[in-house]
Design a protein around this ligand. Structure first.
Ligand code: PA5
Length: 452
């Protein structure tokens, strides 16, 4: 597998002995995860091995949409959005919208906010005659996504007529229930399923991520192959032989010592979406009030998405001299896929001439090493995931690695990494405020809060 977990550096590193002590606990959680998987609760672990028939259906639907549209707008939020952005941004680049759609696949816009200023301007900018919409909601009831769907449907019907509107849509939702299923029974919109045992933030390798990514022209088979390779590499119950468990043990060990903040800092602008995807995965999975035995614990390590070298010139000051509560996870690249050499234009100016003849890749790699060393000099720990390059296989590996590390960390913390009661509560209170039937108690709760 194509990554390497670098040495942890920093005066407060985890000693080998501590890892040995943790290995028994890791093996116990491994067994519990195995039982949960057997019981069908860890569906994300099966995603690398999806039936060929399903992949064919996804590719066919992507081909259909690409034949009628240049742009695909994803209407979805949270786990129904962040994975597609992460992979599309990594593979096409952060500046992907600066060029028109071409043979490389559709342009992918992920509209993960019902903020009218943002969503309105997106609708103004795309050519509706050449745009398709993927409505992605596992529950089929999330207010942000469903309201966007209603706005878009009316707009398309006015512009293109009812029949053409249905051709521009695809739904991705629960296989049996929810409003999108209900609508698709009456209106023939193509519909793909989110496996019921795969939660939103673990769903990027299901149709939730695969359909938009296939539309955008990405090699989804390579993505899954990478995830499969990582699944194989992470089969062992032994901490030292399982990179996902090692990652979990390190993060858990540092969290136990008061490292309450985990900063993911890729040294590549195009990987910023991946850091944001990880922030959701880590926060929503591990931020929990209750432990598995029902006691109140209020646990969780706060994730922060940063990017190097950019944030060396902003957040780094805090990481160097602020509270001793942070652990930094660097993502470094062996090969940037391209490089620019730096010309020696001013040989007589020492402060510039040392750059002449070097390259931008050399510089950014040096920046990553220098930042890790600077942190270590102040007793601040960091480690690196070293990726050979950005590509679909590597992304599949990293995605699976981080997902498995997350559920292992949840096990070590003795919390449930698969639920999200806090997120659900805010959804319900919004339903109450907006007058949804069945949420009168939440509406009342909001009125009393407002009065207070
Ligand atoms: O990870 C999760 O479960 C959440 O972030 C959901 O993905 C998010 O709330 C959207 O839910 P849905 O897909 O039901 O619209």
């Amino acid at each position: 597998y194509a990554y390497c977990l670098g040495k942890v550096i920093g005066a407060q590193g985890i000693a080998d002995k501590e890892l040995v002590d943790l290995s028994a606990k890791v093996a116990q959680v491994h067994q519990r995860l195995g039982e949960q998987r057997q019981a069908g609760d860890l569906g994300f672990m099966d995603l690398p091995d999806q039936p060929a028939q399903l992949l064919e259906t996804i590719l066919e639907e992507a081909a259909r949409l690409s034949s009628i549209a240049d742009d695909l707008v994803v209407l979805g939020i949270g786990g129904s959005a962040l994975g597609a952005t992460a992979v599309d941004m990594a593979l096409k680049g952060a500046l992907r919208y600066a060029q028109p759609a071409g043979p490389g696949g559709m342009r992918l816009f992920v509209a993960d906010n019902s903020d009218p200023r943002f969503f309105g301007s997106l609708l103004d900018r795309v050519d509706l005659e050449r745009t398709a919409f993927a409505v992605i909601s596992k529950s089929g009831s999330t207010a942000e996504t469903m309201s966007q769907f209603l706005v878009v449907k009316e707009l398309l019907e006015r512009r293109l007529g009812k029949e053409e509107t249905l051709r521009r849509l695809v739904f991705i939702t629960d296989p049996a229930k929810g409003n999108l299923r209900l609508i698709a029974k009456e209106e023939p919109v193509p519909i793909l399923s989110v496996p019921p045992n795969v939660g939103g933030r673990y769903s990027v390798l299901s149709p939730v991520g695969l359909l938009p990514l296939a539309c955008a022209g990405h090699d989804i088979q390579a993505l899954l192959a990478g995830a499969g390779a990582m699944a194989e590499a992470c089969a062992s119950p032994e901490l030292e032989k399982n990179p996902a468990y090692m990652l979990a043990a390190l993060n858990y060990g540092f969290y136990q010592r008061g490292r309450n903040v985990l900063v993911m800092m890729p040294y590549a602008t195009d990987l910023f979406g991946l850091a944001q995807w990880f922030a959701q995965l880590w926060a929503e999975s591990l931020g929990k009030a209750q432990s598995l035995d029902g006691s109140t614990v209020n646990l969780g390590q706060t994730p922060v998405a940063a990017v190097g070298a950019t944030d060396q010139h902003s957040q780094l000051q805090l990481y160097m001299e602020g509270p001793q509560d942070k652990l930094i996870m660097f993502l470094t690249l062996g090969n940037y896929g391209r490089d620019l050499s730096i010309p020696d234009l001013y040989p007589r100016i020492d402060a510039l001439s040392y750059l002449g003849g070097r390259s931008l890749a050399e510089l950014v790699q040096a920046e990553a090493r220098a930042t890790a060393a600077a942190l270590a000099s102040q007793g601040r720990p960091s480690y690196s995931l070293r990726l050979p390059a950005i590509g679909p296989e590597v992304l599949g590996e990293v995605i699976y690695l981080l997902e498995l590390a997350t559920v292992m960390t949840g096990g070590l913390l003795n919390i449930n990494p698969l639920d999200q009661p806090g997120v659900e509560l805010s959804k319900k209170l919004s339903y109450g405020l907006m007058g949804r039937k069945g949420f009168e108690a939440e509406a009342k709760q909001m009125r009393s809060l407002d009065a207070g």
